[in-house]
Design a protein around this ligand. Structure first.
Ligand SMILES: [Fe+2]
Length: 386
């Protein structure tokens, strides 16, 4: 490895973590000189009351706001365009995103389009943003996607039935107000999907070819926190300590993957989610053990540490035994949180796999996967997961 390829950088927003963090939104908006704020959310989060509270908190600082909730799961190019139009029409100069990954990614897209005046489709890929986006404050209401700390935005192109990734430190929010209280309005399925998404972030970041000491500590901590607390939280959703620990795990997983990038699970899951409009966490869950099986030998030392962190004692076990134990552990964890789904029952047919694989190997996340992957390799993993 050359000297330069060993260098690592680490970017992160300013983070306020803990119960009540969301209530500082008015102060932050004021600090950014907010004239008018565009609040980006979705109908479910709006109904849960989190948007009204943010409006109120801004109003207390005499900051007017306008709400945009035309955001679907897997946010779309057209929604980004519509949000950017509203941002301009209303004379906004700050964006606050309240919600899960979809509103936060949509808000990042709105920020990009509002400063560049061009379609979000033109910003696919790594480091394509030329002009900084407006100040962006994120208040996550799920514990998993970590768009609030990441340099990723994933947008769905419905015409092409695919999702595309925008990776740039320009889309790292200015402030993440990470408040575990907000996750109490998630249902069990969403808690499970987003929690497993966070676990996948941590595992993929740890075995990524771009991992390093700045991200490893966060990745391992995240694996430990989610492994220990997620199934308990699904069982006891009212437990505030469990809620906080899973939120912390999600945040650490986010810091890890934002800087070490991801791998084949996400490359394949983006392709799948774009094609069938399925929940992102569920796509990851259906692929995880199959990608571990595929990747294991290319990063066996790293996977051994993952297994140990999840409570598997590897002493006296061969590499293939550790791999099997790890795969089994991941499957058990998914079952404990209620995720049993397989690709075929979600509508994936054998004949869809070439198209899914073609898009997966174009996703930037495949570049940091520990095993170099051809289209045929990816097809074989989808086939295993059917
Ligand atoms: Fe993810």
């Amino acid at each position: 490895m050359s000297e330069v390829s060993r260098l690592r950088k680490f970017v992160s927003p300013e983070i306020i973590f803990g119960s009540g963090a969301r209530k500082t939104v008015g102060n932050y908006a004021l600090t950014f000189g907010a004239r008018k704020v565009l609040i980006v959310s979705d109908p479910g989060v709006h109904q849960a009351g989190w948007v009204d509270e943010v409006e109120q908190l801004l109003a207390e600082q005499h900051i007017p706001s306008v709400v945009f909730t035309d955001v679907s799961p897997n946010p779309r190019v057209e929604q980004v365009a519509k949000g950017a139009e509203l941002y301009h029409e209303e004379g906004c100069n700050v964006i606050v995103a309240v919600g899960g990954g979809s509103p936060m990614d949509c808000a990042k897209g709105i920020g990009i389009v509002s400063t560049h005046g061009r379609s979000i489709l033109e910003f696919e890929g790594v480091d394509r943003i030329e002009i900084p986006i407006p100040p962006l404050i994120c208040i996550p209401t799920t514990a998993g996607t970590s768009a609030d700390v990441s340099q990723f935005a994933i947008i769905s192109n419905q015409q092409e039935k695919m999702k595309f990734s925008i990776i740039s430190k320009s889309v790292v929010p200015d402030v993440a107000l990470i408040d575990p209280d907000t996750t109490r309005t998630m249902d069990t399925f969403l808690t499970a999907c987003t929690g497993v998404d966070a676990l996948v972030h941590a595992i993929e970041a740890f075995v990524s070819t771009a991992s390093g000491p700045l991200t490893d500590m966060h990745a391992l901590d995240a694996i430990r926190l989610i492994n220990t607390h997620l199934a308990l939280l699904v069982e006891q959703p009212e437990d505030t300590h469990l809620r906080e620990q899973v939120m912390l795990g999600s945040m650490k997983a986010g810091l890890a993957f934002s800087n070490a990038v991801l791998g084949a699970v996400h490359a394949m899951s983006h392709s799948l989610g774009g094609y069938l409009d399925l929940p992102h966490g569920l796509c990851n869950a259906m692929l995880l053990e199959h990608v571990i099986d595929y990747n294991y030998e290319s990063a066996s030392d790293r996977f051994r540490v993952v297994a140990e962190t999840m409570g598997i004692d590897p002493r006296g076990l061969s590499q293939s035994q550790i791999k099997r134990r790890l795969m089994q552990h991941v499957i058990s964890l998914k079952h404990e949180v209620g995720l049993y789904q397989k690709l075929a029952e979600q509508g994936v047919h054998l004949t869809d796999i070439p198209y899914l694989s073609k898009n997966a190997i174009k996703d930037p996340c495949i570049l940091t996967n520990p095993r170099k992957s051809s289209r045929r390799d990816v097809e074989a993993v989808y086939e295993e997961a059917l």
